[in-house]
Design a protein around this ligand. Structure first.
Ligand code: GLP
Length: 234
């Protein structure tokens, strides 16, 4: 079974479980970490920030970034990462796609080349209510690499709640592709709350379909799903 389910009591419990897993991975020689954003990750990073974990030999790659938002914009994922993790824990190097690059296609190609050289040991993922991973929306080919993508109405609707002016949410983003994500040696996906049940149910069905990008994980050899949802675990 390539997908393991870990049932947790809630977000705080998950933060404890993930902290211990991170400790083991660091002791085991982890050097390249794939990081995610979104509210799901906040308690996880908070626990890391307060811990004695040492990331000074670790290089990180983030999954995605909104087009047009720079690191000084509180809605950018660069700002999110600085605020929740990097300002508390020094890393060797941190990479996030640059959504303000003049040539977005070149930026994606460069990011993909960096990823390929680095080889991610462990990738964290959240999941969108429509089953998206990173910003790979339904319909994205499983062979996709880092690319410019248009966000769906579902994603814009859910994510606009974090923008003071909801209409200010960019409708395009740069994202690692599904193939980029699958090239990570190990994956941990976190999903809390009933809003994520539909997405996890698609994975549980065991059929890979581009309609639900999360199902691409079925072909990966080492996936851990951490969830508080009853009846999802095996
Ligand atoms: C965004 C991110 C995803 C994240 C998702 C879920 O769309 N691009 O990487 O998994 O939001 O966010 P949340 O954790 O807030 O539910």
């Amino acid at each position: 079974q390539n997908v393991r389910y870990v049932k947790v009591g809630g977000k705080e419990d998950a933060a404890t479980v993930v902290l211990e897993r991170m400790r083991q991975e660091l002791e085991g020689g982890l050097r390249v970490l794939g990081l995610a954003t979104g509210s799901t990750m906040i308690p996880i990073y908070e626990a890391w920030a307060k811990s004695d974990l040492d990331f000074t030999d670790v290089t990180s790659f983030n999954l995605d970034e909104y087009v047009g938002l720079s690191a000084d914009n509180p809605n950018s994922y660069a700002w999110f990462m600085n605020h929740h993790l990097f300002s508390h824990k020094p890393f060797k190097e941190t990479y996030i796609p640059d959504g303000t690059a003049d040539d977005l296609t070149a930026e994606c190609d460069e990011y993909e080349a960096l990823l390929r050289d680095a080889e991610i040991d462990l990738q964290f993922l959240g999941v969108g209510e429509n089953g998206h991973i990173a910003f790979n929306e339904p319909g994205t080919p499983f062979s996709s690499t880092t690319h410019l993508t248009e966000l769906t109405d579902s994603t814009l609707g859910v994510n606009s709640q974090y923008f003071e002016d909801e209409s200010a949410i960019p409708n395009t983003a740069l994202t690692m592709g599904i193939a980029s994500i699958l090239s990570s040696k190990k994956i941990i996906l976190l999903a809390f709350g009933e809003k994520k049940r539909f997405a996890l149910e698609q994975l549980l069905k065991g059929e890979a379909t581009t309609d639900y990008p999360i199902t691409a994980l079925l072909s990966h050899p080492d996936v851990t799903i951490v969830t508080d949802l009853e009846g999802i675990t095996d």
